[in-house]
Design a protein. Structure first.
Length: 411
């Protein structure tokens, strides 16, 4: 599913919204080291990939058109999923005594294993008609789902190809085509057409967020700092003239779940504290907000459906009074298409607003329209993306189409 980011949680948490992130125990150190374009991970639910995301056994990784993802396993095994590729990761044991299998459902993957595996470990790639076993090598494998054909190219090292009861050993410069009729091998011709630049670009992380008034003058901006796993660990808030107005310090657990967000004034004195709790599936189920003296300010509880989609969030005052709640609706791809806000007015919960999402063919939101409780349009916002499908601008208009403000994002 498409996940609502923690950044959105904190923006809406002040108006009391947050989102969850679903994860499980990590058996091997396998993570998404870098990605470009539309990349999703299915783990009971479909989520958008992010750099540093820890993967677990049985995760399904899928790349869209003009997209790719680089996985890093045990610090020395590189798994590149090229565009329009889908595979299931299976990983057990440890680096010195364990197994990794890439079950390639369709598409192309480039595999590079820097160090030779131990005798107690194996690494293999499977397709519907072949198993490729390696110990230390670089090779590319493609499975064409329409022709039911597997193609293998060995760039360096040795790959053992097994199809039904036949086994072939491929070495440097050899290729093989595997069909339901058997294995055909040949030498690779060394020319420029066979060479492809697979260099992984530097990680693309959001480093700045600028908020502009309708007249185009900047009103405030934020900068972001990250750890080596791609977790956002500090947010610096600035006034338009560059004066620091405050900052956030964020912490995470070993699965990459955000645990705390401490907010400070520019002089280092505390302003607010946020903490997050998760269920056994790593869905965020509780957000607690505290004042600077660490007394409880409010808290929020969430419920999820069988697909791991958050369907309701209830917001409570410090004394346990339910003040308001949100309800969420999803499309067939588990993308949020609507959320409704209800507010407690003298014990009666009245609909205050409906937010309706429009999305493109890749599931990215393109527009969100906000209606009041009577169904009258109040405002709308549009999303702009770059060639890598990263959001670069968020623009808000009032009901008459007059520009209210806009936000730009830098990477």
């Amino acid at each position: 599913m498409k996940k609502i980011s923690i950044g959105l949680v904190l923006v809406i948490a002040v108006s009391m919204i947050f989102s969850g992130c679903k994860k499980e125990e990590v058996y091997r150190v396998v993570k998404i080291n870098h990605f470009e374009g539309e990349v999703t991970v299915l783990r009971d639910e479909k989520m958008n990939a992010f750099e540093g995301l820890q993967l677990i056994s049985e995760d399904t990784v899928e790349t869209g058109e003009s997209s790719k993802a680089e996985l890093l396993a045990d610090s020395d095994k590189h798994i590149l999923a090229e565009e329009n590729t889908k595979f299931v990761l299976k990983a057990t044991g440890t680096e010195k005594s364990g197994n990794i299998t890439i079950n390639l459902l369709y598409g192309t993957s480039l595999i590079e294993i820097e160090n030779k595996l131990t005798e107690e470990s194996y690494f293999e790639v499977t397709t519907p008609n072949v198993t490729l076993a390696v110990r230390g090598t670089t090779f590319r494998v493609t499975y064409d789902i329409e022709t039911e054909t597997t193609s293998v190219e060995v760039i360096e090292g040795v790959v053992v190809v097994t199809s039904e009861d036949k086994t072939e050993e491929l070495t440097n410069g050899q290729t093989a085509v595997i069909t339901n009729d058997g294995i055909v091998t040949e030498e690779v011709k060394e020319n420029e057409e066979n060479k492809e630049d697979e260099e992984i670009k530097e990680e693309k992380l959001q480093v700045r967020r600028d908020v502009y008034k309708a007249d185009g003058t900047i009103s405030q901006y934020d900068t972001y700092e990250y750890d080596s796993y791609g977790n956002k660990i500090k947010i610096n808030n600035y006034e338009a003239d560059g004066t620091l107005s405050g900052y956030h310090i964020l912490t995470y657990d070993s699965d990459g779940n955000e645990l705390t967000d401490d907010i400070y004034n520019s002089d280092g004195t505390p302003r607010y504290y946020y903490s997050y709790e998760y269920d056994s599936d790593n869905n965020m189920i509780k957000l607690s907000a505290y004042k600077k003296d660490k007394t409880l300010y409010f808290y929020a509880l969430s419920e999820y459906d069988g697909n791991g989609n958050r369907i309701k969030q209830e917001n409570y005052r410090y004394d346990g009074l339910l003040t308001d709640y949100y309800e969420y609706e999803y499309d067939g791809d588990n993308n949020v298409i609507r959320y409704s806000y209800y507010h407690n007015e003298d014990g009666t919960f009245n609909l205050m607003s409906d937010s309706i999402y429009e999305r493109n063919s890749k599931g990215k939101p393109t527009k969100v329209s906000v209606y009041n409780g009577e169904g009258i349009l109040e405002s709308y916002s549009v999303y702009d993306y770059d060639a890598d499908d990263d959001m670069i601008k968020y623009t808000t208009y009032d009901k008459d189409g007059t520009l209210v403000n806009y936000i730009t994002y830098g990477y």
